[in-house]
Design a binder for this molecule. Structure first.
Ligand SMILES: [Zn+2]
Ligand SMILES: [Zn+2]
Length: 394
């Protein structure tokens, strides 16, 4: 028995509605399916999975206009739209290929909706632009396959960016990296790759490298003996699990009170991020102790998280899939213009946002919660739900 309220039940939703457009387009590519007020959703959400998802999507949408969410009389409407950018009813097969989603939006809001309620299948699904279930932890094997695929299929396109690559920072005096195997500071051996971390420091102080401890930090096991902040520990774990041996983190790899090397390194940020094999972006944290690896069992439907999935009936689950651009725009990392720029310098970024991993290179955007590993469409142009590639970041 589906857990739906009478209004949602009356839609007669089936999987097929999300696989093929169940609508005759009004105008070019959309059709209103449901409408109501915030008050309606608040009454029905306890007994209806779809109302819960619609409310979740509208809550995320209302982050820039919170007064809409607190007004029980605020009107919303949900329309069917294609997951691909353009819906052309005359195009051959395109509509069945990419599926459709229900996009709820406040009638008083400007702009279009950034949150679609769409079909979510198990993690093994390969249907393009199909939502997929996530497990309790980030699937590092999947992340590793994205990096491998970028290297093998995108090649130079993703390394020689639109920004002229700056010289490798290995020649800059004081350029240290963390050896994640030996858990200590070291100089980067020639020809070796490294990962860089981009994060928000925040206001509280934490362990960093100074002239007084740099020699201690160069001894094997040093970072097992001091407690680095969680964001940096998480980055060390991710680098190790992706089999990168070296990691660059500003607080640890720049000797903070060394006036002879610090200014040179600060001036070389383009080179440090531009030459990293991968930049890990901790997008959600407002401080270094926030960390970005977390259990995801508890985030389902949490208003602080973009992630929400509901089983409507056996084998038929729906979830809120956000447009990546909309999520990135609101994250603490993007609020800090300079940290966001670090991402733009990087050929490949692994963005951790609300506990989910997104891979953004100059060619593709791949994400855990949506199947996008296809060469049939490109981010933004073909599928705006994916957002922009890093070559189009501000
Ligand atoms: Zn409902
Ligand atoms: Zn790539």
């Amino acid at each position: 028995m589906p857990h739906l309220c009478a209004s949602c039940l009356a839609l007669g939703l089936t999987r097929a509605d999300f696989e093929n457009p169940p609508f005759v387009p009004e105008g070019k590519y959309h059709s209103i399916a449901l409408r109501g007020t915030i008050g309606d959703l608040r009454i029905r959400e306890a007994g209806c999975g779809l109302c819960r998802l619609l409310l979740h999507a509208l809550s995320r949408e209302a982050r820039s206009q919170p007064e809409l969410l607190s007004d029980r009389g605020a009107d919303w409407e949900a329309e069917w739209m294609q997951n691909a950018f353009e819906y052309d009813p005359n195009a051959d097969g395109a509509e069945a290929k990419y599926g459709s989603a229900l996009y709820p939006k406040f009638k008083a809001a400007t702009g279009s909706s950034n949150y679609g309620v769409q079909l979510v299948d198990d993690a093994a699904t390969t249907v393009p632009l199909r939502g997929r279930a996530i497990s309790d932890e980030v699937d590092m094997e999947r992340v590793a396959s994205w990096i491998r695929r970028c290297r093998e299929e995108h090649g130079p396109r993703c390394v020689e960016g639109y920004l002229a690559a700056a010289d490798h920072p290995i020649g800059v005096p004081g350029f240290f990296v963390i050896d994640v195997n030996r858990k200590c500071l070291t100089t980067l051996p020639g020809g070796m790759e490294y990962v860089a971390l981009s994060y928000v420091w925040g206001k509280s102080s934490f362990v960093n490298t100074t002239k007084s401890n740099v020699d201690l930090f160069r001894i094997d096991g040093a970072f097992g003996r001091v407690r680095l902040p969680k964001t940096i520990r998480d980055a060390i774990e991710v680098a190790a699990r992706l089999r990168y041996r070296f990691l660059w983190v500003d607080a640890v790899c720049i000797v903070q009170d060394d006036d002879s090397t610090k200014p040179l390194l600060i001036r070389s940020m383009d080179a440090v991020y531009g030459n990293a094999a991968l930049t890990i972006i901790a997008a959600s944290g407002t401080h270094a102790a926030a960390g970005f690896l977390r259990s995801r069992n508890r985030v389902n439907g949490d208003p602080e998280s973009s992630f929400a999935v509901q089983e409507i009936s056996l084998g038929f689950s729906l979830g809120v899939i956000p447009f990546l651009d909309g999520e990135l725009m609101h994250c603490p990392h993007a609020q800090r213009g300079w940290t966001f720029q670090e991402g733009c310098r990087s050929p490949r970024c692994l963005v951790f946002l609300d506990g989910l991993a997104y891979f953004v290179c100059r060619t593709s955007v791949w994400r855990e919660d949506l199947v996008a590993e296809s060469s049939d469409f490109s981010p933004f142009e073909g599928a705006n739900v994916l957002g922009k590639t890093s070559s189009e970041w501000p």
